[in-house]
Design a protein around this ligand. Structure first.
Ligand SMILES: [Zn+2]
Ligand SMILES: [Zn+2]
Length: 193
């Protein structure tokens, strides 16, 4: 079973093609182009940008059970020290489409899968689902490493490289961005000490 067939939008699977009898299941690998994400004004790019998402569809009397799984990584600056970082993203998402909803006018949050559209609600937008699932699977913070010491809020020094000369150890994370900006501006001119 393949997807992205000529004439069919990429990343969309027509579930009718699976031709599932009640009680049967099918597995399809769907190539999905992932989106970059902006967090705190910084860009994070998916790596690889295209993943083979594994779609499992199970048919029962009550409807279709849907499961989407893939792994990717987001690559971008550490949110503390701005060093290049990469975090693994593991997606294992489930959804459900109740039977007999093909001609229902209004989608129902409990009965309908929001990524299904088209005739009889049988065209699954795997790409949209995958992109949302990545956003939901994001870690609390994207860091170069768990114990990243970050930048000094005063002088902008990379504290992973050692303590700076600042004595104030009370660091407000909100000032970290300012410290970073100041470092960049300072770096453009001469290196004031
Ligand atoms: Zn870091
Ligand atoms: Zn400092």
């Amino acid at each position: 079973m393949t997807s992205g067939r000529r004439g069919e939008p990429e990343g969309v699977v027509d579930l009718r093609r699976l031709d599932l009898a009640p009680g049967a299941g099918a597995r399809v690998d769907v190539p999905v182009a992932l989106d970059g994400i902006t967090l705190g004004g910084q860009p994070y790019a998916p790596e690889p940008p295209v993943v083979d998402a594994r779609l499992d569809v199970g048919s029962s009397g009550s409807g279709l059970g849907l499961r989407l799984r893939f792994t990717t990584a987001l690559v971008g600056p550490c949110q503390r020290c701005l060093a290049p970082s990469s975090v693994a993203i593991e997606v294992d998402a489930r959804d459900f489409q109740a039977a007999g909803r093909g001609d229902a006018d209004d989608p129902d949050e409990d009965l309908d899968c929001e990524y299904l559209a088209g005739p009889m609600r049988m065209e699954l937008d795997v790409t949209a689902w995958a992109r949302d699932a990545v956003a939901e699977a994001l870690p609390m913070a994207i860091l170069c490493r768990e114990e990243c010491a970050g930048l000094c809020a005063r002088c902008g020094a990379d504290l992973n490289a050692g303590q700076c000369d600042c004595t104030d150890d009370e660091v407000d994370p909100r000032w970290a961005a300012l410290g970073e900006l100041r470092e960049r501006l300072g770096g453009a001119g001469d290196d004031a000490s």
